[in-house]
Design a protein around this ligand. Sequence first.
Ligand SMILES: Nc1ncnc2c1ncn2[C@@H]1O[C@H](C[S@+](CC[C@H]([NH3+])C(=O)[O-])CC(=O)[O-])[C@@H](O)[C@H]1O
Ligand SMILES: O=C(O)C(=O)Cc1ccccc1
Length: 235
Amino acid sequence: MVDKIFEKSIKKQFEFDEDVASVFDDMLNRSIPFYKQMQELTINFALNYLKEADTVYDLGCSTASTLIELGKQSNVDLNLVGIDNSSAMLSRASKKCKAFGIDIKLKNEDLLDTSYDNAKLVISNYTLQFIRPLQREKLIKKIYDSLKDDGIFIFSEKVISSNKVLNKQCIDTYYDFKKKQGYSEFEISQKREALENVLIPYTDDENKKMILDAGFSHCEVLFKWVNFATFIAIK
Ligand SMILES: Nc1ncnc2c1ncn2[C@@H]1O[C@H](C[S@+](CC[C@H]([NH3+])C(=O)[O-])CC(=O)[O-])[C@@H](O)[C@H]1O
Ligand SMILES: O=C(O)C(=O)Cc1ccccc1
């Protein structure tokens, strides 16, 4: 279904409810530049590290697109676990897993309350940005502790620039991208308001610092378009 959520006047904060879940795949494809390519990169890098029976967690798996694609492309059997706290997202995820015949364990839990035992790889694309900063640092530490010694963490985030002028240019460039994707100025400004204080982006450096402070030995940007970046971290 096509995302028309912000065509009408909306006063509430952004939520992953039934309305958003019903148009979510279209929303992501039209709102995150190079979403498919970023997902492909995540999967290609993931496959470099994964062996038979390894456990992979996707934190904020939404409709499970990434784990389904990973399951399809892997030559070895993996233990795939998707975690999300939106029932509306998970009910769609469950239908898609059945339709594609991919076995994924879906857990309806808050990322802050659950554990990720025996993880070889943790993926979290465009989800940490919705966790409040203090909790976010704790979550990263938990991910670090859950990963096996040679474990990998791949995550993507909307980012900001610490340079005010450049930051404004990045935001304008992103809004031009959204207009080209068919969103009106009204939809763009309504969504911006709904995301205020809900989506809290860090700079690239803040993301890297958070990762290294948690104990990871290495972190770098794999892919970046203006204010959207994919990082890889090695335990
Ligand atoms: N505290 C939380 N606990 C559990 N889930 C949460 C929490 N906060 C947010 N979520 C979940 O995180 C997901 C973020 S979307 C991820 C896209 C996906 N990774 C993709 O690559 O297709 C990104 C976006 O919409 O920008 C939603 O499904 C929320 O329900
Ligand atoms: O659409 C936006 O304005 C964004 O910042 C990206 C996004 C994509 C999907 C859900 C929430 C935010």
